[in-house]
Design a protein around this ligand. Sequence first.
Ligand code: NAD
Length: 338
Amino acid sequence: MSALDDVKILVTGGAGFLGSEVVRQLNDKNADITAFDNFSSGKKEYIKGLRNVKLIEGDICDDKLVTKALKDQEQVIHLAALPFIPDCYAQPGEFFRVNAIASVNLMWKSIRSETVRKFVYISSSEVYGTAKYVPIDEQHPTLPHSTYAVSKLSADRALFAMYKEHDFPTVIIRPFNTFGPNITQPYIIPEIALQLLSRKNGRIQLGNIEASRDFTYVTDIARGILMALQSKCAIGETINLGSGKSIKIRDLVFLMAKLVGKKVKIEQDKTRFRPYDVECLLCDNRKAKKILGWAPQVTMEEGLKKTINWIVNNPITFKGPFRGWYQSYYGGSGNVQK
Ligand SMILES: NC(=O)c1ccc[n+]([C@@H]2O[C@H](COP(=O)([O-])OP(=O)(O)OC[C@H]3O[C@@H](n4cnc5c(N)ncnc54)[C@H](O)[C@@H]3O)[C@@H](O)[C@H]2O)c1
């Protein structure tokens, strides 16, 4: 018996990287889950075989479908988004439509519904921009560096305002970089792992290796989200989830090379540099500890071993690597047409 037994929970983006782990943990707690996903990056197989999960396939921008998905739901965890930063350089409007506008509509329909009584929004540490001071607490200024991050911040603050306006139980979670299996996007850890595993000569090409990030294993972040869902004290709060440790991308590469037992030589590829990149993210997680009793449990090494092992057993391919926004998106070697 768990507190979430038979509780009807809508998880948007439930087939995604983080969403599928949230769904898996809710399933273990016997919640009655509806995963709402358009499979633009999420995959059905990531939630296959879970007995308490219904699936709604479609777009969170589709008003009628959102109304249908919310029917009888008691709680909502909203993860669906376009999350890969380089994609936003070519589609800023689409990022706002999906990440900001659809989030406001989903929240508004949840407020108007007769059954929903809790809403958890998954924001992002990217809303802070590069650290003005470390570690980054929830009071840190929000100075986003990408239209992705601005779209996430728009939803983050709009939903907080709607919580105030309507006294509707809402929690805003800001996860720092998350890694683990069920990969959907060419985030930095999958990118490094794929190059390390596929190249015999040990040479790998990356962009900004001096940047540092706070990485947390996906089961820990998902556990924090479930804790926020169940905590009365979390209502109306904005809470960081992150390990509280940061690592330079350069050092991450050496650590991963050690784990796969390979010698590595990093070549910096200028075309892979992101414009206006965030240099440093490091989480102050004291609020999560205080309010939720949350602390990360999986070490970086342990998490990396599991992730690499997953990649070895689950071949993944991505579209071409990000190569300088102009060349990539306006007729160069890239993958998005003007
Ligand atoms: N992975 C991280 O490091 C990280 C860090 C901070 C915040 N986040 C946030 O966590 C959430 C999940 O990200 P993720 O890393 O798991 O990426 P993801 O791409 O795996 O997850 C996004 C999910 O939303 C679905 N989706 C996208 N557009 C949709 C639409 N219009 N309608 C319905 N479904 C749609 C995708 O198919 C996918 O399943 C996002 O909101 C992201 O901003 C992720």
